[in-house]
Write a protein that binds this ligand. Structure first.
Ligand SMILES: Cc1cc2nc3c(=O)[nH]c(=O)nc-3n(C[C@H](O)[C@H](O)[C@H](O)COP(=O)(O)O)c2cc1C
Length: 363
């Protein structure tokens, strides 16, 4: 069924303007009665942040920004889905066009700028699926015109924590002016103090929800020292490494690559994997990491795990490889486990991290 969907729909979708194609994909997911993917092999199970993931392959934030198709996405076989980014108040985001495909590079540039239906709309949709199961996180952002960014994250935590399995504080989207400054030490210190207090308040009624921090792959290593140090001090539950990059590493599509925005997909793999390994060696096991950026095969997913990821997420790979990619990655991970005689993926996490940090900086 999924193979058929990929075979019929993808050539058609790829001829359309990328944002129109994305809208159609969301509609198709909403309307197509997809069968549930086969149950996962128990060897793929991962324990992290106090949650048990049936498999380590998650959908990254930005695909289901408005929390509209979470259950169809879980049925495709993802081990978890991160919906959002969501802002407290609804906002339209940047003018179109704001999504670009770099076909020869298998990359994507986006400058959506947090187009969001707002936290209340997302909370309603999440509440409507209460009891449906699956691990569902929500990615939190801030409104463009806000005067107090930390207050926006606090408002999102209050509205959304009761309805999700985990919360991601996204301070790394490159398309909202000033947002990435929250990664600077003093701003991050203030932000985490307030967001954790909000999470703990929400815990009194809805249970304690893990709080993850999503960072940019463009941090300097000195900045990463600060971010990991502060994250450890506040005992956050995990980090996601990372978001899209403002760099333009070795792109073939020289026309589209000059578009402003964050680059994702295959050209992001080397940089994001390096930053993942750099984060792993700094975290020293204090919390687990989610590796994301340019994963389009089982080998790429396994490389992320060996660089330090307990779980992985992907988005752009789906655009170029289709939704069959999820099953392919799971099968190939099992193959790697068999070859390496691993009983659990946890045994491979971070195995190559030190070696990756010793390599030349990716071009
Ligand atoms: C169109 C698009 C929208 C995105 N929106 C968000 C977002 O709202 N919040 C966020 O944290 N990351 C967002 N991302 C980043 C992805 O979650 C992911 O970190 C990044 O694309 C790298 O993974 P990939 O190479 O597998 O796509 C977006 C990415 C794309 C392509």
């Amino acid at each position: 069924m999924i193979g058929l969907f990929d075979h019929l729909a993808r050539p058609f979708l790829r001829k359309l303007d990328p944002e129109t194609a994305h809208g159609l994909a969301i509609r198709a997911l909403r309307l197509t009665p997809l069968p549930r993917a086969a149950a996962d092999d128990e060897k793929l199970r991962v324990e992290a942040f106090g949650l048990t993931f049936p498999n380590p392959v998650g959908l990254a934030a930005g695909f289901d920004k408005h929390a509209e198709v979470i259950d169809p996405l879980l049925r495709l076989g993802f081990g978890f889905v991160e919906a959002g980014g969501v802002t407290p108040r609804p906002q339209p985001g940047n003018p179109r066009p704001r999504l670009f495909r770099l076909d020869p590079d298998e990359g994507i540039i986006n400058r959506f700028g947090f187009n969001s239906d707002g936290a209340d709309a997302a909370a309603q949709r999440l509440a409507a699926r209460a009891g449906a199961g699956g691990i569902v996180g929500i990615n939190l952002g801030s409104n463009k015109d806000t005067l107090d960014r930390a207050a926006d994250y606090v408002a999102c935590v209050a509205a959304l924590a009761p309805h999700v399995s985990f919360l991601t504080v996204n301070i790394s989207s490159p398309n909202t002016a000033g947002l990435r400054n929250l990664q600077q030490a003093s701003a991050l210190d203030d932000l985490l103090a307030r967001v954790i207090a909000a999470r703990d308040r929400a815990a009194e009624t809805g249970g304690r929800k893990p709080l993850l921090l999503k960072v940019a792959p463009d941090l300097t290593l000195a900045e990463l020292d600060d971010v990991v140090g502060i994250a450890r001090r506040y005992r956050i539950d995990g980090m996601i490494v990372g978001n899209t990059t403002l760099t333009r590493p070795n792109l073939r599509d020289r026309i589209t690559s000059i578009e402003q925005g964050g680059l994702s997909g295959r050209p992001l793999f080397a940089l994001s994997t390096r930053m993942l390994a750099e984060t792993y060696v700094r975290a020293e096991g204090a919390f687990p990491l989610i590796g994301v950026g340019g994963i389009d095969s089982g080998a790429a997913a396994f490389a992320k795990i060996k660089a330090g990821a307990s779980l992985i997420q992907l988005y752009s790979g789906l655009v170029f490889r289709g939704i069959g990619l999820v099953a392919t990655i799971k099968k190939e991970l099992l193959d790697f486990m068999r070859i390496g005689r691993l009983d659990s993926l946890a045994d491979a996490v971070g195995r190559d991290a030190a070696a990756v940090t010793a390599e030349q900086w990716p071009a």
